[in-house]
Design a protein around this ligand. Sequence first.
Ligand code: KIV
Ligand code: ZN
Length: 498
Amino acid sequence: MSEKLYIFDTTLRDGEQVPGCQLNTVEKIEVAKALEALGVDIIEAGFPISSPGDFKSVVEISKAVKSPTICALTRAVEKDIDVAADALKFAKRGRIHTGIGTSFYHIKYKLNSTQDEIIERAIAAVKYAKKYVEDVEFYAEDAGRTENEYLARVVEAVIKAGATVINIPDTTGYCLPYEFGDKIKYLVENVPNVHKAILSTHCHNDLGMATANTVMGVLNGARQVEVTINGIGERAGNTSLEEVVMTLKSRKHIGIETGINTKNIFKTSRLVSSLMNMPVQPNKAIVGRNAFSHSSGIHQDGVLKNRENYEIIDPVEVGISESSIDLTARSGRAALKHRLQLLGYTFEAEQLNKIYDDFLELADKKKGINDEDLQILVGNKHTGEKRAITLEHLQVISGKSTIPMAAVTLNINGESFSAIESGNGPVDAAFSAVKKLVLHKIKLEEFLVQAITRGSNDIGKVHVQIENKGKMYYGFSGNTDIITASVEAFVDAINKIV
Ligand code: KIV
Ligand code: ZN
């Protein structure tokens, strides 16, 4: 039988403390509702005494969200606790999260106090919060740097005072995974009344160990984890929800379950990222753009044979429709064939080989090849349609203080014809040369160049519209060289007259 792990989400409190990530109340409600749909057990909605905005957000989230417990943060100060209790008045289930620093640094330099006095203040705060709510969580700030013997005394005292959850924060992200695991183990083994409360982890990522520390905490007896979406939070951030949840889901032998609806992970990640203006790094575990994309030929071939060759999580489980096979110059024929099939194209081996050569040529010029690029590649040359006119050669001269010139060779019904023309730019010069060769009376009505993505190495898509004897003809092409794409699109349109 698996044991339940409570997921305490602090995206809207510790996460929202990050400069530039502040949300207004409406946005916070949107995130809170997404967290409810995700299945988190507790939402830390804010620190009500800190500002009227935080107070209001806790009130409104308490009204808007019904399933999770709503938690409000305080210091071990009566006024903070009064205000938090007031902000929670509409919560179906409210929790007050109070606490105080317990490390040598905090006691001496921040609080100018003594260990015994801190225990007294901690007891008083928990008892005071208990007047308002049954569910009181106590945090021993900087527990990561607090010696275990003293921490155990604090924990025992606050449980005796009525705390239902004990938060052991590694506030400065200082611990190594084995140290953090040992800390939780020490508390489990040395605090006589520990069974009366739930131990919680709250890890920061200063050394990149937040997830490892959290998992070690769970392996040693913690049954609540404090996490944020995308790992956002103070400095290097907090433990990321998605990493812990998917670790426990993919390593079932640990025997711990969460109530998270993992299929909502990706969309919740993107909602938080866009509302908080905090991009997700591409290689971020679980939710990064590259987390399920494969780029080397060997990996692509392996994934196409069996996804599990190179993936430990099915992307569908986190709400991503499928693994992506990134087409690059390192991709093999198998990956290209697969992607073309998804786009509805099937080719005989010989034709696929030719497309593959063109693909490699393009991939050398452009970092990533997307579906639109492929459609252009296939559409341009491999649909089997015979063209009366094709562009054989193009050379242009252009630049500052230069008269733009173009030399064009067209193949018309199997014979080559060349012309050189000038113009007000290289495209104008090339179009004039084409017009000279095809002998049709053509008027250019529309000429549109677009980059498919944003990079300067991108394919330029060109659409042209021409008029001949009162009729309109459309042409299209794409090429990393936009002058070539323009002339090919122009020739494409002329072919339709012919
Ligand atoms: O990191 C920390 O110690 C905190 C506490 C306020 C819980 O965020
Ligand atoms: Zn924190």
